[in-house]
Design a protein around this ligand. Sequence first.
Ligand SMILES: Cc1cc2nc3c(=O)[nH]c(=O)nc-3n(C[C@H](O)[C@H](O)[C@H](O)COP(=O)(O)OP(=O)(O)OC[C@H]3O[C@@H](n4cnc5c(N)ncnc54)[C@H](O)[C@@H]3O)c2cc1C
Length: 343
Amino acid sequence: MTYQVYTRPAEHHFAVNPNETILEAALRQGLTLPYGCRGGSCGACVGKLAEGNIRYLTDPEKLKGLDRIDVKNGEILLCQAIPESDLIIDVHEPERIADIDIKKLPCRVVQLGKLADDVMLLGVKIPEKERFAFLAGQYVDFLLRDGQRRSFSLANPPQENGGMLEFHVRLIPNGIFTAHVFNQMKEKDILRIEGPFGQFYLREQSERPILMLAGGTGFAPIKSVIEYSLKQNIQRPIHFYWGARAQKDLYLESLAESWVKNHSHIQYTPVLSEPLEEDHWQGRTGFVHEAILEDYADLSEYDVYACGPPIMVNSAKQTFIEKRGLDAEHFFADSFDFAPPKS
Ligand SMILES: Cc1cc2nc3c(=O)[nH]c(=O)nc-3n(C[C@H](O)[C@H](O)[C@H](O)COP(=O)(O)OP(=O)(O)OC[C@H]3O[C@@H](n4cnc5c(N)ncnc54)[C@H](O)[C@@H]3O)c2cc1C
């Protein structure tokens, strides 16, 4: 049965098909609800159920995101909730992203090259007759043959027609997709993607200075956003912190250094949590969000962009808001959660 969802305070109505999640239905109908990983992990797609009943697509015991929201107070995960009646939901609807269609497209692998032992640059091209619009910082899902999907951020900004889409893929031990990328994938292989997704993109109308933090391959969407901002000649101060274990994990450090060299409004601070002896590391050590806490006493006037492991994103969000006065509305993040287990 199809149910109706009514959102407050924005007062939008939309229909949800049987077995469809609230978020899927909203995206299908061009509405913007908050979301991140779409796998029930990150907790970004929170809304408060004011009226009606829902069930979850996945066993709630397996939904990490439920630990990140206030379930007792009626909060639900919109990416996993399926209506069982008409609903009223209190939800903060983010500003509308430019009208960008979400598409499913085939693409051809045109580049595969190691950036580090466990990071692969994957370049793909979509068919020439197709168009694929996205905002710098967004991500796509690679569609696997068995119906599973894996999310990866675009590492370059939108290109001229026919340009390559770049991804930085970190190898996950026993990971289905990433092991395939490292061990079997070849140039000219055909893949399928769906996207673009996500709300990690540059808020261009803001005039605030920008702090960015990346953990590991969280560098990919940050690179996309910074390269886009340079193309647009945006001159807002950007201080970028890149956290990694050892120096070899800062896999495109010369690029970050070249931004600083060529653009006086960009600063770059690498932070290593486990530098190796051979690194002879003289720079900052510890966790990347802690380096920012040390350097900035007040974040109330900043826009913060964070991408990488969930623990980094969550620690940054919590401490920057609680200890440094960051406005939660000015924290933008993609948490690189693992794909949900196959149901
Ligand atoms: C919005 C978004 C954007 C992303 N962008 C990127 C990106 O640009 N680059 C990138 O490298 N990744 C990115 N990721 C993460 C990536 O999608 C996941 O790592 C993905 O699950 C890898 O797929 P896989 O098939 O190789 O591994 P899976 O088959 O999904 O993983 C195997 C399973 O192994 C377990 N596992 C393996 N290693 C660990 C570990 N260290 N800790 C805990 N459990 C473990 C997990 O249970 C996991 O489910 C992104 C994720 C999201 C949500």
